[in-house]
Design a protein around this ligand. Sequence first.
Ligand SMILES: [Fe+2]
Length: 206
Amino acid sequence: MFYHDGGKLQYPVKVEKPNPVFARALQQAIGGIQGEIRVCLQYLFQAWGSRGPTKYRDMLLETGTEEIAHIEMLCTAVALNLEGAPTEQDEAAKDPMIAAVMGGMEFQHVLTTAMAAMPIDSSGVPFNCSHVYASGNGAADMLANAMAESTGRMLACQLYKMTDDPGMKDMLKFMIARDIMHQNQWLAAWEDMGGRSNHPIPKKNR
Ligand SMILES: [Fe+2]
């Protein structure tokens, strides 16, 4: 299933000036409830449970797979932002552990992973699969997917405003564009399933 192409990411990820606090913020886009693990698992589980026309299942499978690439990009961004941390933190604090905490970085990056991304949000909470929605109703799922992409885009826009790093802005611009594309795609699929004329969901009581 996985194609290894010389280590290429879906889109290049560069960091000019590492920032471990921004690495922590990026964790929200990996393991947060608006993040990429959420949409990845949501699309894949919807696909694996799909009994409808294969065109919808194919779209879900392909988009879920693309979301794996977004997790990979963000994990790379977290690792690059942790380069040199925590010794570059607040010079006033000589103990690197104390500096890390005072600087606001994620403590687990120091304690648990030797400076790598984790499936956690920006508060250190492990990803919660309760936010993966796969209802068994295609139209309901498409609306849930448009909502997931909307909150994902809101988060990416917030992260874009938080950073001055040109590499991070470039990566987030790409991800924001994909969020727009996916919103349009899910709403087009919902319309293809009947849109407003298919309401209420489900159409039949049993
Ligand atoms: Fe994504």
